[in-house]
Write a protein that binds this ligand. Structure first.
Ligand SMILES: NC(=O)c1ccc[n+]([C@@H]2O[C@H](COP(=O)([O-])OP(=O)(O)OC[C@H]3O[C@@H](n4cnc5c(N)ncnc54)[C@H](OP(=O)(O)O)[C@@H]3O)[C@@H](O)[C@H]2O)c1
Length: 335
């Protein structure tokens, strides 16, 4: 094992701007935790874009190595819970927030964060899913608990070309749901259809002509990744016993709504936090993911190296990203 590793390093300039570079770091720069993991793949999520651009709500201290997702092999485990070379996944918890993350060739994490790679998944496929796929799977599980069923209840997905949205479209379709994909990028309709969308609509169509306390009920189930006025518009448009899995804040963190959809239609607003899911549920969600037959359209994801990451982060912050970006630490995949 080398004593240094490559990492995507984000630091604050003297003029307060955040800049990134790929640099070599000593292994001793990693936090003193249980399990040292040689990272083969990571993936890009919205939270990483925030961390890489200096959002102190995500990352308090810089310089920092973002990356909330990692898959790789155990290099050392001082608790002997995992064997050397065992393939594992780490997503969420504090990884890539205030603990150096998967945009480095090594991470060092508490043993309780580590998930053994399910047999049917490769390290690469696990990161095509990553937190985005995990969040979508968790949201779908919550809708299922509210008896939103394939064949009976179509599901609307907002932010459909984004990481979580596109993953939701793919997984819902695999489970036999009719999927309505709402997007600002209708030029990506072909990709969304290839992922399994039954209908692709422009996101503006989601808003009612006139917002009321209760609008006409249009949706049984929603995977809602956008938040803000999009979520506000959807709550009064849910059908009786409808359910919204709410996971995003692209349009802001505030929510102005009223109680009538909840007390007159029994609507459920289901909160999704993929970062803190307890281990038994976490394993169940990964198990569900591993059960899909994985045949993503080729144009759905791209594999990049650390040096290409900044431009993909910029694209994501502009809302222009489509599908999934997977980071390969090719030096770790060479042997
Ligand atoms: N709660 C959790 O556990 C959890 C986990 C992962 C992510 N998240 C959150 O979920 C959200 C999505 O994450 P992501 O990784 O999927 O991000 P992403 O890949 O950047 O996707 C976001 C999508 O939102 C849509 N969008 C962008 N600007 C918009 C606007 N002005 N109005 C309406 N839609 C807009 C776009 O889709 P279209 O162009 O197709 O409309 C965009 O592709 C983020 O807020 C993220 O922080 C939460």
């Amino acid at each position: 094992m080398n004593n240094t590793f490559s990492a995507f390093w984000v630091q604050e300039n003297t003029d307060g701007k955040f800049i990134s570079e790929v640099r070599e770091l000593p292994l001793s720069r990693l936090p003193d935790n249980d399990v040292l993991i040689r990272v083969h793949y990571s993936s890009l999520n919205y939270k990483d874009a925030l961390s890489a651009s200096g959002n102190k709500g995500v990352t308090k201290n810089y310089p920092f190595v973002p990356g909330i997702d990692a898959s790789g092999e155990v290099a050392e485990d001082r608790t002997s819970t995992f064997s050397k070379g065992e393939k594992v996944i780490v997503t969420g918890y504090d990884l890539g927030m205030n603990t150096f993350g998967g945009f480095g060739e090594y991470i060092c994490v508490p043993k309780d964060w580590v998930v053994p790679l399910p047999e049917k998944l490769s390290l690469k496929t696990a990161m095509i899913y990553g937190t985005a796929g995990y969040t979508a799977a968790y949201g779908i599980l919550r809708l299922q608990r509210e008896l939103i069923e394939p064949g009976k209840h179509p599901v609307l997905v907002t932010g459909a070309t984004g990481g979580v949205g596109s993953m939701a479209v793919y997984q819902l379709a695999k489970l036999g749901y009719e999927v309505i994909a709402a997007t600002g990028k209708t030029d990506q309709a072909e990709l969304l259809t290839a992922l399994g969308a039954t209908e692709v609509i422009h996101r503006d169509e989601v808003y009612p002509e006139k917002k009321s306390l209760l609008n006409k009920g249009r949706y049984h189930g929603v995977i809602e990744t956008v938040g803000g006025k999009m979520l506000e518009a959807l709550i009064p448009q849910m059908k009786p016993d409808g359910a919204i899995a709410c996971c995003g804040n692209i349009l802001g963190h505030e929510l102005h709504t009223n109680v009538y959809p909840f007390i007159l239609r029994g609507v459920s607003l289901l909160g999704i936090d993929s970062g803190i899911t307890k281990m038994p549920l976490r394993l169940k969600v990964w198990d569900q993911i591993a059960g899909y037959e994985n045949a993503f359209p080729e144009s759905y994801y791209k594999i990049i190296e650390l040096g290409e990451l900044q431009k993909e982060i910029d694209r994501m912050l502009q809302g222009a990203q489509t599908g999934r970006v997977v980071i390969e630490h090719s030096a770790n995949n060479r042997d």
